[in-house]
Ligand binder design. Structure first.
Ligand SMILES: [Zn+2]
Length: 399
């Protein structure tokens, strides 16, 4: 298992000593509790609500630190399929403007166990159950205003595409926190792709961020010339149609903070992945950039499983597709007929020997008429080796 280093490097802006737990107000937990109490009193918050909020935060962060990884999961769910906003309304009775926090978590009614999991998590952390409504194909769960006081210490309220929140720094305090947070986000937002034939597994998360200002205007001018519509009737531009200058602008200034943070955590956990801007979506009101984080090898997806971040048995395979053929080799998705053998020390030696006859693994793959990715899989024992390839390999090492 992993060691537990403090990977959080953000210092408290008040005491300058301890590590900050939040970006909303960059304070350590002790300073945060003091400031929060003063602030809630100043806003004439009910005394029992203040007491409840402070006590709960103290329990999670100081008295029962084991709850921190569960709280990390709660934050992950709010960054995933949840939402955290402030609702303004006019109070007829007191004739004044008021606001309340709205915390909502939505899941498909085909996954009642996910809804129940969130409810249990909520009860463990805050001592009561949130309200559940089943509406058509969705299950919606609503928490209360007082829980909002706690959440607001760590997440800014508002629409996520606009606010572009960051994963709060306390998550980096331990591997358990990081795993908890990722577990929730991957459960809500992760898509599993199984490639037909090769049985290659691939995991993707995509998220949108709003593009505004001058770049937004420039982009809309390209809309008429180069646009596509997806099945939902949404208009988007492929990135290769956008001038490099604008692409660079978006890639630096409109990054998705949550995916950047997930990427940092995955690197820390030793899991290979890629993070790319995939396309620009244009609606009447807004322009958004879609970012995709992708874990591309079965090996790395399995690592996530071993860490307890994903459960492959419970994850739905959202799409089955065959990768496109790029090279003049055997199609990656087609299974080579005949018997197959498992990799052993002997076959491994054969691969290494054959490699010395070529400039690169890619060239050896070409000679064997297999896709380089498949050759990699054979070498690493992810796939069994077709006897046909094995014979060709033997022939290559001799000649
Ligand atoms: Zn402090």
């Amino acid at each position: 298992m992993l060691k537990d280093p403090t990977y959080n490097e953000i210092k408290c802006l008040r005491c300058f000593q301890s590590f900050a737990v939040s970006y909303v107000k960059q304070y350590c937990i002790e300073c945060l509790l003091e400031i929060l109490q003063e602030r809630l009193q100043r806003y004439r918050c009910r005394r029992d609500t203040i007491k409840w909020t402070i006590t709960n935060l103290r329990t999670i962060f100081l008295e029962q630190p084991k709850l921190q990884s569960l709280f990390s999961e709660m934050i992950g769910h709010l960054l995933g399929d949840g939402s955290f906003i402030v609702v303004d309304y006019y109070d007829e009775k007191y004739r004044m403007r008021r606001h309340y926090y709205s915390i909502r978590y939505a899941t498909s009614s085909s996954k009642p166990e996910d809804a129940q999991y969130f409810i249990d998590l909520h009860r463990t952390l805050f001592g009561f159950e949130p309200k559940k409504y089943v509406r058509g194909t969705a299950i919606e769960i609503y928490s209360t205003h007082k829980v909002g006081h706690i959440i607001h210490c760590f997440l800014p309220p508002g629409r996520k595409t606009i606010i572009n929140p960051k994963i709060p720094p306390f998550i980096y305090n331990s591997s358990d926190n990081m795993i908890g947070c990722l577990k929730a986000i991957f459960k809500d937002e992760g898509y599993l792709y199984l490639y037909t034939g090769t049985e290659d597994i691939n995991l993707k998360i995509d998220m949108n961020t709003c593009v505004s200002g001058k770049v937004k205007e420039e982009l809309t001018t390209f809309l008429d010339a180069n646009h596509h519509q997806n099945s939902q009737g949404q208009t988007f531009i492929y990135k290769h149609h956008i001038p490099p200058r604008i692409m660079r602008e978006i890639e630096t200034n409109n990054r998705c903070n949550v995916l950047d943070d997930i990427s940092k955590i995955l690197t820390h956990l030793g899991i290979n992945h890629t993070l790319n801007l995939s396309r620009i979506n244009i609606n009447k009101q807004s322009v958004t950039a879609t970012w995709v984080l992708s874990i591309n090898t079965t090996e790395d997806v399995r690592k996530l499983q071993e860490l307890g971040i994903i459960d492959l048995n419970k994850m739905k395979v959202n799409m089955i597709k065959t990768p496109t053929l790029k090279m003049n080799t055997r199609k990656i998705g087609t299974r080579i007929p005949g018997t197959r053998i498992q990799i052993s020390d002997d076959t491994n030696e054969l691969f290494e020997k054959a490699r010395t006859k070529f400039k690169s693994w890619k060239e050896l793959a070409n000679a064997l008429k297999v896709h380089p990715k498949m050759l990699y899989r054979y070498r690493k024992g992810i796939s069994t080796i077709p006897t046909l390839i094995y014979e060709e390999l033997k022939r290559l090492t001799v000649t």
